[in-house]
Each structure stands twice: as structure tokens, then as C-alpha cells.
Design a protein around this ligand. Structure first.
Ligand SMILES: C[S@@+](CC[C@H](N)C(=O)[O-])C[C@H]1O[C@@H](n2cnc3c(N)ncnc32)[C@H](O)[C@@H]1O
Length: 269
């Protein structure tokens, strides 16, 4: 199934309209036209995937295992804290966007909020120097343990430090100990994103650093005006967009990545 289906409300709407059209007396040219729109959207996604560099062997195994993992059964057996859908994994394309940003900015210390099975953490580690470090937060011990096994199968896994516990407590502790990070990827717990963002910007971002906030489009809730939004991503986007001291761009990659830097860190005004 195309990734767009999960993140793009236009794709979901198209499917609903198609089902409706097929149940009505609609000319076949209209139906095939609608089907063509869906195909084009899927082909665009597939083309981007195909023309993006492929994963390392360890990453390919991580992605495959994550997709095939018996998440439902584990949840029913109370081994995971919540009912996991592997669609939340960043995957190869978004992973490469992160890799480019981390590598191009020569980041040596990365903070990630939201590990899952380690796709983005390992991806970023793969393009960092040997003394580079990715510190990542995860509150589910099962996921932390599973991700560690994937990390241990890669020569870059040793750069990844997994901190188990509430991300808020973890990043507050990191801030208290004066830790600074060149790149911060916030990819967990939508209601908590605003707080993570403010702590990251005010206390954890090293001079010249970048913050990437995942799910900035929130499955369309950020821009759909006819649906009440039940999370605070839209509010975070508004704050970022109106602050004079922040430089930002919202990339429409998967569910949207908002990139943020301090305006004083840019070379021009
Ligand atoms: C969207 S997934 C992260 C995906 C990951 N970055 C990747 O690329 O595969 C979010 C993760 O954050 C974890 N999480 C959610 N809320 C959390 C919290 N309050 N503290 C720590 N971890 C949390 C979830 O268990 C989940 O594994």
C-alpha cells in the first residue's frame, strides 16, 4: 500500500469518491479519470523511492523486520506498551532527507525524540563520523531492546545511545547536564511536541544547529479547516511561522518535516 494513503487526506478522499462513483451511474470515463489520479499519486511516490539511494544491508534488514514484526500479537500479550503500527517508521526516503541534513551540517551530536525500532537513528549514525553520537529517547522497553539488536548488527550502531524512559524527563535531564546537540529530530508523542520543541530550541540546540520536527502536516489536520484538530502540531507550526527569531521551512516529505534554525545562525538576514 502506498505510504501516501496513511499521510495524505487527498488520497483517502480520492478513494472514497471512487467507491461512491462506482456505486452510482457515473460515466466510465470519469471513473477511469479518478483512477488515473490515484495511479499518478502512487507513481510519483514510487518514483521518488526508486530514485533515492538504497538502504545499507543492516538498514534493509531493520526495515523488513519492522514491517514483518508480529506487533498485534505482542500488544495482545502485553509485551509492548501500545498497539503499534509500523507505518510510523520513517523509512528510506525520509531517512535519506535526515542523512543529507545531518551529513551536510557535519553534525557530531544528534538528539532524537522517538526511537521506535531505530530506522532514523541508525540512518543518521551511518553518515556521522566515528566519534559521532546519536542520543535517542524511547519509553517502551520492548522497542528499546529490539532496536538495540538492530543497532548491534551494524558497524554504526555503536554511535547510538538509547535512553529508556519518558522523553520529557530525558530531555530535561540532558538540558540540566548542559548537553548540546547539532541536530535534533523530534518524532514522538504528538501532544508533547510543543514542549519538546521549546526545550530543544531554548536549552539543547548547539549554535548553528537545526531542529527537524516530523509530522508537521499531521495527516492533513494542520491545513484542513473543516476538521477539528485534536493535536497541537498546528499550534507549533503557527508559533514557528510567526516567530521573528526563527528561520524555517516545511518540507512536504511523507507527513511533513518542519526544519528550524535560529535566524542569528543564518549568514544573511
Ligand atoms: C513515530 S515513532 C518514531 C519513529 C522513528 N523515529 C523511526 O524513524 O522509525 C515514535 C516513538 O516514540 C515513542 N514514544 C512516544 N511517546 C513517547 C514518550 N512520551 N517518551 C518516550 N518515547 C515515546 C513511541 O514508543 C515510538 O516508538
Amino acid at each position: 500500500m502506498s505510504d501516501s494513503y496513511h499521510h495524505d487526506p487527498a488520497m483517502r478522499q480520492l478513494r472514497e469518491v471512487l467507491t461512491l462513483a462506482k456505486s452510482m451511474d457515473v460515466p466510465v470515463t470519469v471513473i477511469s479519470g479518478l483512477e488515473k489520479v490515484g495511479e499518478l499519486m502512487k507513481k510519483r511516490d514510487d518514483y521518488c523511492d526508486q530514485k533515492t539511494a538504497g538502504p545499507s544491508e543492516a538498514m534493509a534488514a531493520l526495515i523488513k523486520d519492522t514491517l514483518e514484526h508480529p506487533w498485534k500479537q505482542l500488544y495482545n500479550e502485553e509485551k509492548t506498551k501500545w498497539d503499534i503500527n509500523p507505518v510510523m517508521m520513517s523509512g528510506n526516503l525520509e531517512g535519506y532527507v535526515l542523512k543529507f541534513l545531518v551529513n551536510a551540517s557535519k553534525a557530531k551530536k544528534v538528539l532524537e525524540v522517538g526511537l521506535f525500532t531505530g530506522c532514523s537513528a541508525l540512518g543518521m549514525a551511518e553518515v556521522m563520523p566515528n566519534d559521532g553520537k546519536v542520543v535517542t529517547c524511547e519509553f517502551d522497553p520492548y522497542l528499546a531492546k529490539l532496536a538495540r539488536t538492530y543497532m548491534d548488527r551494524s558497524p554504526h550502531g555503536k554511535k547510538v545511545q538509547i535512553l529508556i524512559g519518558s522523553a520529557l524527563d530525558t530531555i530535561k535531564d540532558l538540558a540540566k547536564s548542559g548537553e548540546q546537540f547539532d541536530f535534533i529530530f523530534i518524532d514522538a508523542d504528538r501532544p508533547g511536541k510543543s514542549e519538546y520543541f521549546h526545550i530543544a530550541l531554548n536549552n539543547l540546540l548547539a549554535p548553528g544547529g537545526t531542529i527537524a520536527l516530523d509530522n508537521a502536516l499531521s495527516g492533513g489536520k494542520s491545513y484542513m479547516t473543516d476538521t477539528p484538530h485534536d493535536d497541537r502540531i498546528k499550534d507549533v507550526n503557527e508559533i514557528i511561522a510567526t516567530r521573528e527569531d526563527i528561520y524555517h521551512v516545511l518540507l512536504p516529505v511523507r507527513d511533513g518535516i518542519m526544519l528550524v534554525r535560529r535566524r542569528t545562525d543564518m549568514n544573511y538576514k
